[in-house]
Design a protein around this ligand. Structure first.
Ligand code: UDP
Ligand code: MG
Length: 312
């Protein structure tokens, strides 16, 4: 029996890159006949012809399969839908549709898997992206590394391979606030990495809006770290101690000086404003966690599948 490797690829409004994606993937598949290949393209509620194009491609080449979600659920949910649909695969490669992750790297990852690795990460040697996005990515990775209880290895995104035991572990994690690199660090298993140069997307516009990336980053921090809560406790202790000492000072001063004049308005105003700010930040941080708890207890599924083509 040939080993079965499935690629899981979230697709959102990618009609501009799909033809090239199909061509490049078929090229890799044909060059490695010892593997039973399939590509599971998860259409995440695209508003263009992506879904129809994938269905047509399945007609031409049955190795390409379609999972159609009922609406746009976001990249993480689409990834989860693909992992769950890859029932027949011995290993899954997770990648973006826009060819920023070069498919030619896949055989190298498969080789690492066949040599015993269960989680293979593609690590970026370089990144072609520039400007604000690039700076934001770098800041986030630094921040996350410092905050997280399960540090993600730097310079890796979604691109990588998961063997069957790791896929099963992933499918069991049904939390709503999903941050793939964090979860991948969390599941453990025998790990390996391959190096690559991250390209600019082959065509079209980035589909992850900047605000989505910010939300994704917050998910990453809040679902893998208690540090913001702990920092609040420390801040509270610090401000409380200062307040106590200051209070003591005023009381003693009053007893000694027999001070009566109502002075100190500036001090009071500054203290009230400062404490108000600290408290608001505190409530905000608690709220971030509370909102996520609420998301989890609702227990809604992470995605809804409208139809599958080429998969049981
Ligand atoms: N994507 C998705 N759902 C979304 C947004 C994006 O499935 O709501 C897919 C998109 O088609 C692409 C991948 O996620 O395959 C990465 O998106 P993009 O290239 O826009 O993000 P970036 O490279 O900036 O992380
Ligand atoms: Mg991209």
């Amino acid at each position: 029996m040939k080993p079965a490797v499935a690629l899981v690829i979230p697709v959102y409004n990618e009609e501009a890159v799909l033809p090239e994606l199909f061509r490049r993937l078929a090229g890799v598949f044909d060059s490695q006949p010892a593997v039973a290949w399939s590509a599971i393209l998860v259409n995440d509620g695209s508003r263009d012809r992506s879904s129809a194009m994938i269905a047509e491609q399945h007609g031409r080449d049955a190795r390409f399969k379609l999972v159609d979600l009922s609406r746009n659920f976001g990249f993480q949910a689409a990834l989860a839908a693909g992992l769950e649909s890859a029932k027949a695969a011995d290993a899954v490669v997770t990648m973006d549709a826009d060819l920023q992750d070069p498919p030619e790297l896949i055989p190298e990852m498969v080789a690492k898997w066949q040599a015993g690795a269960e989680v293979v990460r593609a690590v970026r040697r370089t990144r072609e992206e520039t400007g604000l996005r690039r700076v934001a990515f770098d800041i986030f990775h630094k921040l996350f590394g410092a905050l997280s209880d399960y540090p993600i290895e730097p310079n890796s995104g979604t691109y990588g391979l998961l063997a069957r035991p790791a896929i099963d572990a992933f499918n069991q994690l049904n939390e709503r606030n999903r941050f793939f690199p964090g979860l991948r660090a969390w599941v453990g298993f025998v790990r390996a990495e391959v190096l690559y140069d991250r390209k600019e997307r082959a065509a079209g516009e980035p589909q992850q809006t900047f605000s989505r990336l910010v939300r994704y980053a917050l998910d990453g921090v809040f679902s893998f770290s208690y540090l913001p809560l702990r920092a609040l406790t420390y801040a509270g202790l610090f401000v409380g101690t200062c307040g106590f000492v200051l209070g003591l000072y005023y009381v003693i001063k009053r007893l000694i000086d027999i001070e009566t004049a109502p002075t100190g308005f500036t001090t009071l105003a500054a203290l009230v404003l400062f404490l108000g700010g600290v408290q608001l930040i505190g409530i905000g941080v608690v709220g971030e966690y509370l909102g996520r708890v609420y998301d989890e207890v609702k227990r809604r599924p992470n995605f809804i599948v409208r139809r599958r083509i080429g998969l049981e």
